[in-house]
Each structure stands twice: as structure tokens, then as C-alpha cells.
Design a protein around this ligand. Structure first.
Ligand SMILES: Cc1cc2nc3c(=O)[nH]c(=O)nc-3n(C[C@H](O)[C@H](O)[C@H](O)COP(=O)(O)OP(=O)(O)OC[C@H]3O[C@@H](n4cnc5c(N)ncnc54)[C@H](O)[C@@H]3O)c2cc1C
Length: 277
């Protein structure tokens, strides 16, 4: 790459990435704010014109969301009910302008602890499709984000899609984000959930993920285990602070660690109150 390249085909982009390290630029809504006030010195590969990376396709087995799919497209897509949490998150990524530019691939590539896309995708058991000239890898999202702003991408690779396995299409799905104001705000804590209930009103599958309370968003496996097999009427009393032991929130300008944990528990209880009104 010499400075800036804007390929219009994926194979060309992978060819460029194979020759020299370059920073990928998608919607630019994380890229540009991180570079305010300093000259651009890095090589940049702008993938925003690669049409084959955009759009959502639904087959019997998988929902495939191209890396360049914007939050506004996800927000408005006719997806199964189990994706309601993802669509609610899409509607809370910044404001309309950010949703019209920001992409799902960029949200995962940036890997912020407060990335709103990650918790709902964790509850959907999503995987990340990664490509290079060598071929394709599919990595579970829980393994793809390896740490604070760190992802499992090797030189020459880029995210090409997010894959959501089908199943439990009609499960209840939710996303709740707490910030210091209602809109356009970085999350203090967010909760994503999928809860599937059988005809006898017993929970057959419960998935909860918490964001902004640890370097990488976490599934709450202990809570999920305690909810599974329980009747709807029992759910509200089940969550307790011990279920949050996998979290490690920080004190910062937005909230104390203790407040974050208390808020997470409150949001979990609100989700369960909605499942079993
Ligand atoms: C005003 C404002 C409000 C915001 N509010 C929120 C919010 O509420 N919630 C939230 O989660 N985010 C928020 N963001 C952050 C941002 O909008 C999202 O994370 C968005 O999804 C980033 O996508 P992008 O296409 O703009 O990424 P870019 O800025 O283009 O890229 C982000 C990072 O990902 C890498 N990358 C991009 N695409 C790929 C790819 N295909 N493969 C590998 N690496 C890639 C880039 O190299 C870069 O490191 C906000 C941003 C702004 C400016």
C-alpha cells in the first residue's frame, strides 16, 4: 500500500493486505475520532466500497451479516425475534448519523469494552468470519475478542462477516443499555439476553451477556445455569450479586465499579420481569 488504497473487490483488498500491514477503514466512526489532532502516518486500506461485504442473508442454518453492514440496516432488518436484542443495540449505537456510517465489522474490529454489538452477539452464539489470501477461518466471537481492544486477527486478515447460527428463532431477546443520559452515550453497563421458554412455561435456554463491566463482555454462565429449567414465576428471585463474579468493572468518570454491578443486576431483573410479566 502506498498511503491510501480503496479497492472495490474483496480479492483485491486481500491482495493488498498480504503485501504490507495496513489499517482497515470501514465507516470511520471509530477510526477518525482516535486520530484527531495528529497527522495520518499509517497505511490505510478503505474497504467501504466493497459491495460484497455489505448486507444480510438468511438461510435455514445461518444468518450472515456482512462486515460492512451498517447499524441502520441491522436496526431495520426483518430478522427473527431472537435477534431483537441485536436490533435494539443497533438502534442505540450513537445517533442516526453514526448508525448510517458505522458497521458491525468495525464495532468488532475496534473491540471496545463498551462496544454495544458484542453482548447481543454473544447471546446469539455468533462467530466471526475472517479471510486472508490463505483462506477463511470462523472464530467464535467469545474467542475472537481476546482482551481490551485486542482481537484474534493475523497479519493479512480482515473480518468479512458475522455468522449467527439459526435455532430458537422465536426466543425472547432483549438489550438494555444504561448511560448517563438516554441517547448518544457510552454505556456504563449493558445487558443482552436470550430466553427460550417451552409450552409448560419452563426456561429451556437462558443466555445473558454483560458489557462495559470487564475488558471483554462476558456471558453469565452461572446465572444461565440457575435459570434453566425454572418456571417463569420463579425467575425474578434468582439473580444475585454472586452471578456477577466473572465481571471486573472499573471506577471511572462515568460510574463506580459498585454502581456498575448494582446496575447490571437491576437490568437483569428488568429483563426477567419482561420475560415473565
Ligand atoms: C459520536 C459517536 C457515537 C458512538 N456511539 C457508540 C455507541 O453508542 N455504541 C458503540 O458500540 N459504538 C459507538 N461508537 C463507535 C462506532 O460508531 C462503532 O464502534 C462502529 O460500529 C464502528 O464501525 P466503523 O465501520 O465506523 O469502524 P471504523 O472506524 O472504520 O473501524 C474501527 C476499527 O475496526 C477496524 N476494522 C473495521 N472494519 C474491519 C474489518 N472488516 N476487519 C478488520 N478490522 C476492521 C479498523 O481498522 C478500526 O481499528 C460511536 C462513535 C461515534 C463517533
Amino acid at each position: 500500500v502506498s498511503g491510501y488504497a480503496a479497492p472495490s473487490r474483496l480479492d483485491h483488498a486481500l491482495e493488498i493486505l498480504a503485501t504490507a500491514p495496513a489499517t482497515i477503514l470501514a465507516g470511520g466512526t471509530d477510526f477518525y475520532p482516535a486520530r484527531v489532532g495528529r497527522p495520518l502516518t499509517e497505511q490505510v486500506i478503505d474497504i467501504s466500497g466493497i459491495g460484497e461485504l455489505r448486507g444480510i442473508s438468511v438461510t435455514a442454518d445461518v444468518i450472515r451479516i456482512g462486515a460492512l453492514t451498517r447499524w441502520s440496516e441491522i436496526r431495520d432488518a426483518p430478522l427473527p425475534r431472537i435477534c431483537d436484542g441485536l436490533r435494539l443495540a443497533a438502534a442505540e449505537v450513537g445517533g442516526r448519523q453514526v448508525q448510517n456510517a458505522g458497521t458491525i465489522g468495525g464495532n468488532l474490529g475496534n473491540a471496545s469494552p463498551a462496544a454495544d454489538g458484542v453482548p447481543p452477539l454473544l447471546t446469539l452464539n455468533a462467530a466471526v468470519e475472517v479471510r486472508s489470501q490463505q483462506g477463511v477461518r470462523v472464530v467464535p466471537l467469545a474467542e475472537f475478542v481476546t482482551g481490551y481492544r485486542r482481537v484474534d486477527l493475523h497479519p493479512g486478515e480482515m473480518i468479512t462477516a458475522v455468522l449467527i447460527p439459526r435455532g430458537l428463532d422465536d426466543a425472547y431477546s432483549d438489550f438494555r443499555k444504561l448511560g448517563s443520559r438516554r441517547y448518544l452515550v457510552i454505556s456504563i453497563v449493558m445487558v443482552a439476553a436470550v430466553v427460550a421458554v417451552d409450552a409448560g412455561k419452563e426456561v429451556v435456554d437462558a443466555r445473558f451477556a454483560i458489557g462495559a463491566c470487564s475488558p471483554v463482555a462476558q456471558r453469565l454462565r452461572a446465572l444461565e445455569g440457575d435459570l434453566t429449567g425454572r418456571r417463569l414465576a420463579e425467575l425474578a428471585a434468582i439473580p444475585h450479586r454472586g452471578h456477577l463474579a466473572v465481571l471486573s468493572p472499573i471506577d471511572d468518570v462515568r460510574a463506580t465499579a459498585d454502581y456498575r454491578l448494582e446496575a447490571a443486576l437491576t437490568l437483569i431483573r428488568r429483563v426477567l420481569a419482561e420475560v415473565a410479566p
